[in-house]
Ligand binder design. Structure first.
Ligand code: PRX
Length: 645
């Protein structure tokens, strides 16, 4: 589908931007007019950031799956919706047409119904990257259940916390998942997560790896049996019938847990209509999708990037989206390039950490790869360094493909600041201009707009957004006050992103990274407090402090300073024990890269840890650590500095 709102020139961008700011209601009503509604809205937008309360397309009724599937069937029934590439290149590729997707999603919605799932119920999905994951997500949306996908790298404890927070009653999982040469026993992790759980009634298990699993009577069901049964129920006189639930524009579509600077991860809630309009609008414009293009987003559906740019954005456009089960470096570091050639991929969207890791293998894995189908490249998740940008541009894009550097967050639902491929200018390392509808502002500590340029002629400050865009988060599940405190209380009447940014004289933005206690490790968000809590669970640990430090491949590495009571073995085995503990409590993705045992931590007289000092030490700063006179025991700083790993 190619929509009239696809921006096709720089002038058109400026015009759209101006209109979106001057009269957002007219602007978004015109975009939304191109979707399928069961009932039109009474008001386009109502909002205040104080509560916060944001309502887009008030009173409208819709179902996102009709927009992502049904409305394409007449023209594109036999067009591939999903191309699935397995982990192992020897295994067969699967092509899921829009007709097939429709059938499977209806079937799975029927399975959910048969098992008592109703509109508004929370369904936790913990699966590998198989097409059935897409059917599960969309099946939930079809029936109006709220999906909460959990990335396969999270531990049983993390899942247990999320299940409890969401009061989830249903789980969809796999026996196991393939990732590179590993076989991850997902069902066994779910079994551990369910020990002591009071809310979960049913677990549906899809067979992928044939890993032995224990199926609990009355609770656990096989996907295959359930789907077979549902197939007969939904086919009536050769037609597939599973009516899409009528959803209010503001009904929650999904919860996705993400880390913040305090406490446990919070469940970011996205709405049905606003999220649909924004993911579609940003997909069409950022990537300049043309009918027939093959779009390959390498993210996992366990993260927001996978939700928005493997599933909802592309499918709402009738596009062909490629879903990859494996990892970029297995069986070798040429896997992405092989997939690009095999499926004639036109748009490749990946993370700087993947690019840096592949750069490390040199140019050999690219030998013999054509990559001539590529038209557009994209990055997301963290700031991209100029070296990685240049490598991507030269060796992957062969200097012919524009690169979009897309800045956004779980909370924003879709791209916020990015160049539009080939339409608006790019600048290596800069996300550049805001999307129509996005009004960024840089503020100082007191919330005052930064008006003075620095010595390089740039404006520098904390990045906030002045007004709502359609897919701004609506709440944090079960705790609206937490949403207000986290995002809307730092600065009056502004949404605070938690990022710092620079702006140049062209109005281009460069995101410099988090200004709160959130780390970005390989594009994954982790709270320092969350990792500290996990370390502190270990029996011998007295106290710990975690900070980030620059890491060549991961962007940021995790550096933990740990006060340990009484060591039974040597430091090395204690270190391993701590890694094991973090893996158990959060998941392997949160394991510290460095652990330094210390006898004390730099604290102020009021007992506050001065992370600024620890950060400098972790970064390798040997000289000036700033003012240490307010410390309770300044001597501890020298000890820590000398013991730096
Ligand atoms: O710090 C920013 C960084 O990733 C954070 C959001 O993480 P998450 O919610 O996990 O979503 C990642 C995928 C959208 C942001 O606060 N970030 C994301 N994209 C960029 C970025 N930093 C710099 N440049 C980007 N393009």
């Amino acid at each position: 589908m190619s929509y009239p709102y696809q921006i096709q020139s720089l002038e058109a961008y400026h015009k759209a931007y101006r209109e979106s700011v001057e009269d957002p209601e007219t602007f978004w009503a015109s975009v939304a007019g191109h979707f399928q509604w069961k009932k039109k809205w009474s008001r386009v937008l109502e909002w205040n950031f104080k509560e916060p309360r944001v309502e887009w397309f008030k009173d409208a009724k819709l179902n996102i799956t009709e927009n992502c599937i049904d409305r394409h069937l007449a023209e594109k029934g036999e067009t591939p919706a999903i191309i699935w590439e397995p982990n192992n290149p020897q295994e067969r590729t699967r092509i899921v047409t829009y007709n097939r997707l429709h059938k499977r999603v209806c079937q799975f919605a029927q399975v959910l119904k048969n098992n008592g799932v109703k509109k508004g119920d929370r369904v936790c999905i913990y699966m590998g990257m198989v097409p059935e994951l897409a059917y599960a997500v969309l099946g939930c949306a079809r029936i109006g259940a709220i999906h909460s996908v959990i990335f396969g790298g999270f531990s049983a404890q993390s899942i247990a916390d999320r299940l409890q927070d969401a009061k989830a009653e249903f789980i969809v999982t796999c026996d196991g998942a393939y990732r590179g040469n590993k076989d991850i026993p997902l069902k066994a992790v779910i079994d551990d997560a369910l020990i002591g759980n009071q809310t979960v009634k049913k677990v549906i298990v899809y067979t992928r790896t044939r890993t032995p699993v224990s199926m609990i009577k009355g609770r656990d069901l096989w996907w295959e049996d359930e789907m077979e049964h549902a197939e007969h129920q939904i086919e009536k006189e050769g037609k597939i019938e599973f009516p899409a639930e009528e959803m209010d524009a503001e009904d929650p579509l999904f919860i996705l847990y993400t880390s913040g600077s305090t406490g446990k991860p919070k469940g970011v809630v996205h709405s049905s209509a606003g999220y649909m309009v924004w993911t579609n609008y940003t997909f069409v414009n950022t990537f300049q999708y043309q009918p027939g293009d093959i779009h390959f987003c390498t993210a996992d559906i366990g993260w927001i990037t996978g939700h928005s740019y493997i599933l909802y954005g592309p499918l709402s456009d009738g596009a062909t989206t490629l879903m990859f089960e494996g990892i970029p470096t297995w069986p070798d570091a040429g896997r992405f390039w092989e997939i690009v050639d095999k499926h004639q991929v036109n748009i490749l969207y990946t993370a700087p950490t993947a690019i840096r890791s592949l750069m490390g293998f040199g140019l050999d894995p690219l030998k013999g790869k054509e990559l001539s189908s590529l038209k557009i490249l994209g990055t997301v998740g963290e700031p991209i360094n100029v070296e990685a940008w240049n490598w991507y541009h030269e060796h992957v894009g062969k200097k012919r493909c524009p690169i979009v550097d897309t800045w956004w967050q779980t909370e924003t639902g879709g791209c916020m600041i990015t160049n539009l491929a080939g339409i608006t200018p790019s600048k290596p390392g800069w996300a550049t201009l805001p999307m129509p509808g996005v009004q960024p502002i840089l503020v100082d500590e007191n919330g005052k707009e930064v008006t003075e340029q620095d010595e390089n002629g740039l404006w520098k400050g904390n990045l906030c957004i002045k007004a709502p865009w359609p897919s701004i988060l609506r709440t944090t599940y079960g705790d609206h006050e937490r949403c207000r405190l986290n995002y809307f209380s730092a600065y009056e009447n502004l949404y605070f992103t938690g990022d710092g940014a620079l702006k140049d004289e062209n109005g281009f933005y460069r995101i410099t990274g988090r200004v709160d206690d959130v780390l970005n490790v390989s594009g994954h968000r982790l709270g320092t407090a969350e990792i500290e809590n996990a370390i502190n669970m270990h029996a011998g640990v007295v106290e710990s402090a975690v900070v980030g430090y620059p890491h060549d491949i991961k962007g940021q590495g995790v550096y933990a300073f740990v006060i340990y009571g009484h060591m039974h073995g040597d430091a090395e085995s204690t270190r391993k024990d701590l890694l094991q503990t973090v893996s158990r409590i959060i998941g392997p993705i949160a394991k510290p890269d460095k652990i330094q045992f210390v006898s004390g931590l730099p604290k102020t007289r009021s007992g506050k840890i001065m992370r600024r000092i620890l950060r400098k030490i972790a970064e390798g700063e040997t000289g000036n650590l700033g003012d240490t006179t307010t410390l309770l025991d300044p001597g501890v700083v020298d000890e820590i500095r000398q013991g730096r790993i």
